[in-house]
Design a protein around this ligand. Structure first.
Ligand code: AMP
Length: 292
């Protein structure tokens, strides 16, 4: 299947407008490229919600803070396009340059208009990656304006990102269905991630503790455990089985406000989330679950 590649914002907007006038429904799958089976699952989901599927590939500088891995983030657009062609189900790839997306530059002082979702970005990853979610919400708002989708599909692997974007779309009356897809995993449980390729074989072997910790926490919640500290302790001891893991956080928070909880309320929905470093590579894992 031939995929059209669009690099300019104006052209993308014109094509989307044309499709909309023709009665088509557009779904957008935003990515930073280095595509894996998790991204393809998002495409598959997107097709259920629209007859035109656009994948954006853009490594967004404003969501990396100066200490992070922007320069070494994998970029391989040609291979990504081939992968999407083989998989099928994609009509267009929007792959703008940095200049196209940020005509005035990407430095803090150069970006006058930020989209910020207050409150939700001060917990979990947001607390440890200052400015990250402001960069994410700003670029996703821009991608929405460029691609004009009716629906957009995100992975629940980036759980906090999903919660924040869903809230942004609702608060700004964007009229876009924000859809979340459960995490796609390796057979041993490790969540697929473009960053997994940074891991040494030894780190890769041990990285499975993150998913084990999340699954153990989900089991505890489903088994009736209502004490967040007991759940977190279980996660921490599972992650401690890996000598190479340097845990950054393990938390159980409210699934909508992301606020820490002192006790779990039966019937409520919670988010279990953790982040840890293996060498220089920071990995995250999480799961939403209902308290029984
Ligand atoms: P990224 O290219 O890493 O920015 O991710 C682009 C989209 O793919 C985001 O919505 C991610 O949450 C989603 N994603 C990444 N990894 C996975 C995965 N293992 N399962 C499901 N979705 C994923």
């Amino acid at each position: 299947m031939d995929i059209s590649i669009v690099r300019s914002v104006i052209e993308m907007q014109a094509r989307s407008e044309h499709l909309r006038l023709g009665g088509h429904r557009i779904a957008l799958v935003p990515t930073m490229g280095a595509l894996h089976a998790g991204h393809l699952a998002l495409v598959h989901e997107a097709r259920k919600h629209a007859d035109v599927v656009v994948v954006s590939v853009f490594v967004n500088p404003t969501q990396f803070n100066p200490t992070e891995d922007l320069a070494r983030y994998p970029r391989r657009l040609d291979a990504d396009i081939r992968r999407l062609e083989e998989a099928g189900g994609v009509d267009g790839v929007f792959a703008p340059s940095v200049e196209e997306m940020y005509p005035f530059g990407t430095a803090d002082a150069a970006v006058a208009t930020w989209v910020e979702v207050a409150g939700l970005d001060t917990h979990l990853c947001g607390k440890r990656r200052p400015g990250h979610f402001r960069g994410v919400t700003t670029v996703v708002a821009k991608l929405f304006h460029a691609c004009r989708p009716h629906a957009a599909v995100f992975g629940l692997k980036d759980a906090q990102q999903f919660v924040i974007i869903r809230r942004m779309a609702a608060d700004l009356l964007m009229g876009i269905d924000v859809i979340g897809l459960p995490t796609v995993r390796e057979p041993d449980g490790l969540a697929l991630s473009s960053r997994n390729e940074y891991l040494t074989a030894e780190e890769r072997g041990q990285a499975v503790v993150l998913s084990k910790a999340v699954f153990a926490a989900v089991d505890a919640v489903r088994g009736g455990e209502l004490d967040p500290e007991a759940i977190v302790e279980r996660m921490r001891s599972t992650i401690a089985e890996a000598p190479l893991a340097r845990i950054q956080y393990a938390e159980v928070v409210d699934a909508y406000t992301l606020q820490p909880l002192s006790a779990l309320a039966r019937g409520s929905e919670v988010l279990i989330a953790t982040a840890a470093y293996f060498g220089e590579t920071r990995l995250i894992d999480s799961a939403f679950t209902r308290v029984s």
